[in-house]
Design a protein around this ligand. Sequence first.
Ligand SMILES: O=c1ccn([C@@H]2O[C@H](COP(=O)(O)OP(=O)(O)O[C@H]3O[C@H](CO)[C@@H](O)[C@H](O)[C@H]3O)[C@@H](O)[C@H]2O)c(=O)[nH]1
Length: 266
Amino acid sequence: MHFAAYAYVGESCHTPLAYYNTNLVGSISLLSAIAEAGVTRIVFSSTCATYGEPPADLIPISETCEQRPINPYGRSKLAFEQVLKDLAESDEAPHGFCFAILRYFNIAGADPRGRVGEDHQPETHLIPRCLQAALDDHQVITIFGTDYPTDDGTCIRDYVHVDDLVDAHVKVLESLKPGDGKIFNIGTGRGYSVLDVIRACKKITGVNFRTNNGIRRKGDPPVLYADPTCIQKEMGWRSKYTGIETMIADAWKWMLKNPHGYKEDD
Ligand SMILES: O=c1ccn([C@@H]2O[C@H](COP(=O)(O)OP(=O)(O)O[C@H]3O[C@H](CO)[C@@H](O)[C@H](O)[C@H]3O)[C@@H](O)[C@H]2O)c(=O)[nH]1
């Protein structure tokens, strides 16, 4: 399972070479190394950012939606999707080669039993940023854009509990057979706006943290949510956590226990 990547949409617009180097060149090196090591099955973490800004009539987004990413992050992930497909079709592919591409929507939450949580340096993701603001009243959440063509003017995303993501990986990996090339969206099929998320974070934490309205963040599409029918039908996978509040509650539980993230030796 290949998870390693740079994954900040905004940052990718400022440092594209680092993104292509890690997400594309690094992934190709990994592919060569695993072939030498005799590994033939690969599950690749891709992203809904490969879809770009689909027109309204193609939302919810299915796997057949045209992929036209609008930021270097999405383009670097899409390029490696193509590498996998090309390799699979070629004589260079190791005997029995098979792959799965999982296009994640917005992964959120934490292990419900509190053992593992989210800790990015720096933290840019909406939910952990809101929870940090609930812990520290010096922090203010900037809403990146209130003029999007959505009901409340803020971006809509499909938040998926990390526990559901784990479950999808296990199901897909166990199902892969030589010659397979599977592609699945990993989403709940439900979209929440930035304001919905902020409201839910305030409710779960009980803290009325501060927010302000800012300008749009470069590279952010207005609306992204999945049509998860394909993985539901083929793999019997279905998100167990469809409500944003449970994801936030699990993330909050972890953050209260680990306000400074992982320790050096964790
Ligand atoms: O302080 C903040 C942080 C985020 N947002 C907005 O909240 C939404 C969600 O942002 P974020 O949590 O940063 O996630 P995304 O940028 O949507 O990116 C995530 O989701 C992508 C798929 O959409 C994945 O591919 C990426 O790896 C992952 O970082 C976006 O509309 C942001 O503009 C704010 O308004 N203020």
